[in-house]
Design a protein around this ligand. Structure first.
Ligand code: ATP
Ligand code: MG
Length: 420
């Protein structure tokens, strides 16, 4: 569909205006061949970035210089964006980044890519160029390095993690033996990579259909101990992925890498925070991970005795997303710990998940200005206090009291908040 999109045609036409041959490259070609959804469309051209910018602007398209030192310009056509990159070849590498030079050879550009299935290119009319047997590997679901694995890994150690990532998402059967051995031999080089690059690949590995199998393969080659030594509960991760995708309820299906990370690590808040720091997680990601992996003391624990009103209160307090995440992680941990499932507990988790998927939390039918106007309370901290009291009343009565009820009750007990 993206290939036949008018916006794609407009970008291709603009880039071809000077007669240069342009092609789709990398992941979008691979995914199109597999009929998988394409995340980003990458286009390669022999023309340099300044020429690319001029051609796009001449055609009335927006050109954003997103990575000029890598030769990348983002083309935007009617809200759809394309990464346009000048063909490159590696001239030097230091294990962390490559120094590249521009080239006009699609073959040289393919040769510096990591795996044969990622080294395919395709012309706008659909001819596929395959310099390294990527089509056969793709059909066989074999993730294979372009060139000699050990040498390619030494150029950029991230390729070790990329190997496990692509195997987890695209591979079938045992991973390529030679590649696996090379990953094991070069694993120590992973220590040289930045937290950000490791994080991006790890989260993608965790988003795979069978993340536990991927981590076990990594453990077997001593790769896991380099990048995620905290991953001790692989059984929980397997169970969580199974629950998420067993198809019991559609709403649970989205595999979530942070939730999966939370399931696989120990309940130890300082260790979880240190992990978040090392992987340079955002503050939101860190808080979510910590909240799931090692909830703060006093955080509410769901119990089978929970009645409907109690469940609504719990959901209101946590929010649907946190309720769902917590139920999934706790369910997975419990299932692994118990050996055989307790149907009463299983019923609880299913109830929580269904609830989180369907319920829309109500909003307190009272606002600060109601308190100011109707109760004649002056602006200040008292307003917030009254609202909190109203919320407590409202929650205690299962969200039934309306605005008038709440105002009356506040008036009765006195705006000052007590018998006073
Ligand atoms: P995704 O759909 O997950 O984005 P992708 O194939 O587009 O998959 P990217 O990480 O976005 O993966 O990289 C785009 C392309 O760039 C890859 O298909 C590969 O050809 C090349 N590439 C990216 N990183 C490397 C690397 N470290 N070494 C060699 N080639 C790489
Ligand atoms: Mg991509």
């Amino acid at each position: 569909p993206w290939m036949r999109d008018a916006r794609t045609a407009a970008v291709i036409a603009a880039l071809s205006a000077g007669g240069a041959e342009v092609r789709f490259v990398g992941g979008c070609v691979r995914d199109a061949l597999l009929h998988r959804a394409v995340k980003d469309v990458d286009i390669a051209t022999p023309e340099t970035p300044d020429v690319v910018i001029r051609r796009l602007e001449d055609a009335g398209l927006r050109a954003v210089p997103t990575g000029l030192d890598h030769g990348t310009v983002t083309a935007v056509a009617d809200g759809m964006s394309f990464e346009v990159t000048t063909l490159r070849r590696d001239v030097a590498t230091d294990g962390r980044h490559a120094e590249v030079a521009f080239t006009d050879s699609f073959r040289e550009d393919a040769a510096r890519r990591d795996f044969t299935m990622n080294a395919l290119s395709a012309t706008p009319d659909g001819a596929v160029y395959d310099y390294f047997d990527g089509l056969a590997d793709l059909a066989a679901r074999k993730v294979r390095f372009v060139g000699r694995p050990q040498q390619r890994i030494r150029e950029d150690y991230l390729r070790i993690l990329r190997f496990f990532r692509f195997h987890a998402h695209y591979g079938a059967g045992a991973p390529d033996h030679e590649a696996l051995k090379a990953c094991g031999m070069e694993a120590a080089g992973l220590a040289r990579l930045s937290g950000e690059r490791v994080r991006d690949e790890l989260l993608k590995i965790l988003a795979a259909p069978q993340p536990a199998e991927a981590l076990l393969e990594m453990r077997g080659e001593r790769v896991l101990e380099q990048v995620l030594p905290e991953a001790v509960h692989i059984g929980r991760l397997r169970t969580l992925a199974w629950i998420e995708t067993a198809g019991l309820r559609r709403e649970w299906l989205t595999p979530d890498p942070l939730r999966r990370l939370a399931a696989v690590v120990e309940n130890d808040r300082p260790a979880v925070l240190a992990l978040a720091e090392r992987l340079r997680l955002s503050n939101d990601q860190r808080d979510r991970l910590a909240d799931l992996a090692a909830p703060a003391a006093g955080s509410p624990e769901p119990e089978p005795a929970l009645d409907d009103a109690g469940l609504r209160r719990l959901a209101y307090g946590l929010g649907n997303a946190r309720l769902r995440d917590r139920a999934l992680v706790l369910w997975a941990a419990e299932r692994v710990a118990q050996g055989h499932p307790d149907s009463r507990r299983t019923g609880l988790w299913i109830r929580l998940l269904d609830f989180a998927a369907e319920w829309t939390p109500p909003t307190l039918p009272l606002q600060g200005r109601d308190v100011l106007a109707d109760l004649g309370v002056p602006p200040g901290p008292q307003v917030g206090e009254l609202l909190r009291r109203a919320e407590a009343l409202w929650l205690a009565e299962d969200f039934r009291p309306d605005r008038a009820d709440l105002l009356r009750r506040l008036r009765e007990t006195g705006p000052a908040g007590g018998a006073g």
